[in-house]
Design a protein around this ligand. Structure first.
Ligand code: GLN
Length: 390
């Protein structure tokens, strides 16, 4: 008998824990969970070690260590040309995931509606549910995953309070274009919505540079930009994230944050401040590496008979497997991990309407070259193994 309450019961166990378990059990090359298999930069590690040695082991300021919040404001100004007051317009959390939960807990009354676009990162609907909100799902369609004005407008009601957007997008790698950004601004302004913009993959773009939603006309007054150290500096396990936005919304998020975690780990906040002050060459080299990894994996996927949807951003590739006629994405990913020895994520985990994910699988390319080469090597056996199955 489960003791999980009715709000959380529909969500079961997260797919990332499940696929990681299967990857280990089958000794598979793990392209499932989006976690780098390489370490973040030495200068950031050194800053954390120094902070620990210097005795910075007590709680940080609840809203974020001053040296980090000023580094966040500086970096934000560099990438968006928007000036913010670090003390009032930022809050540091235990990863962006906490910031999303805090925002839902702080902004929603029971029954308030939140617009989510599917495929969505799996914590989004759970965060809405934990706060007693109701998720209204707008489906984005492969292969372009663009936000269409008509389907967005159709999902808005008098109870809509928040819209949660993610660009670059996990799992598709799509980045919002100018027209989509305008649509979001128009709808959010017309219905007085708070826009939560999850931009954790902001440094991972391969064609057009990422443009924060806060830069869109009319959005700065109602948009909270969420980001973190994890993706941009390859420290997903450090769980340092932040929210940037208008003072009244940040103040609301802080009202929840003070009672969820109170503060993120102090020495890691010190290191995050050092990270954000990295020279621009760090980010350029980082992106160039990732572009190379993306192209390497896309090539292996193509060679195996899959059809990759080459991402404009993020570190994920969705690939279409309809050629092999599996029952659905879960069946394909099970076969892939058990027989081919590669772990991927069935994107059904990112959908309420799971039929849209049936022919897709998500592969993470935040991996060392040797890992990607090993994956490509195993992928070569896919056509034959798929043909042999009964
Ligand atoms: N964001 C990562 C992904 O999409 C997973 C994070 C997690 O496991 N919670 O793969």
């Amino acid at each position: 008998m489960t003791r999980v309450n009715s709000r959380l019961r529909p969500f079961g166990a997260t797919i990332f824990a499940e696929m990681t378990r299967l990857a280990l059990a089958h000794n598979a090359v793990n392209l499932g969970q989006g976690a780098p298999d390489f370490d973040g930069p030495e200068f950031v590690k050194e800053a954390a070690i120094r902070a620990i040695r210097d005795g910075r082991g007590q709680y940080a300021r609840m809203t974020g260590l001053p040296e980090l919040t000023s580094a966040i404001a500086e970096r934000f100004h560099k990438t968006t040309a928007i000036t913010i007051a670090a003390d009032e317009q930022t809050v540091v959390t235990c990863g962006c995931t906490e910031a999303i939960v805090d925002a839902m807990l702080a902004l929603l009354e029971p029954g308030d509606e939140v617009i989510l676009f599917e495929p969505f990162y799996d914590s989004y609907p759970a965060a809405v549910a934990m706060a007693g909100g109701v998720a209204k799902i707008v489906t984005l369609h492969a292969p372009h995953f663009r936000i269409e004005a008509a389907s967005l407008e159709a999902a808005i009601t008098t109870k809509t309070k928040v819209m949660l957007v993610n660009t670059p997008h996990n799992p598709s790698g799509h980045m919002l274009d100018a027209e989509e950004r305008r649509t979001i601004a128009r709808v959010a302004n017309a219905h007085d919505l708070v826009v939560l913009s999850d931009e954790v993959y902001e440094e991972l773009f391969y064609a057009q540079p990422h443009q924060s939603l806060a830069m869109e006309d009319g959005l700065v007054e109602r948009t909270v930009v969420l980001s973190s150290l994890g993706k941009s500096f390859s420290f997903t396990g450090w769980k340092v994230g932040w929210a940037i936005g208008p003072a009244p919304i940040i103040s609301a998020i802080r009202a929840a944050h003070q009672f969820t975690t109170f503060c993120a780990p102090t020495p890691l906040q010190v290191a995050a401040a050092a990270a954000l002050r990295a020279p621009e060459t760090y980010f350029t080299a980082f992106r160039a590496e990732y572009k190379r990894r993306r192209d390497l994996l896309a090539e292996g996927l193509r060679a195996s008979g899959l059809t990759p949807i080459v991402p404009e951003g993020s570190y994920f590739i969705l690939a279409d497997h309809s050629k092999y006629a599996f029952e659905d994405d879960f069946a394909f990913c099970r076969f892939l991990v058990e027989k081919v020895g590669i772990a991927a994520i069935p994107p059904g985990a990112f959908y309420k309407n799971k039929q849209h994910a049936r022919t897709l699988a998500r592969f993470a390319f935040c991996k060392r070259d040797e890992t990607l080469h090993a994956a490509n090597e195993r992928l070569r056996s896919l056509p034959e193994l798929a043909a042999q199955r009964t």
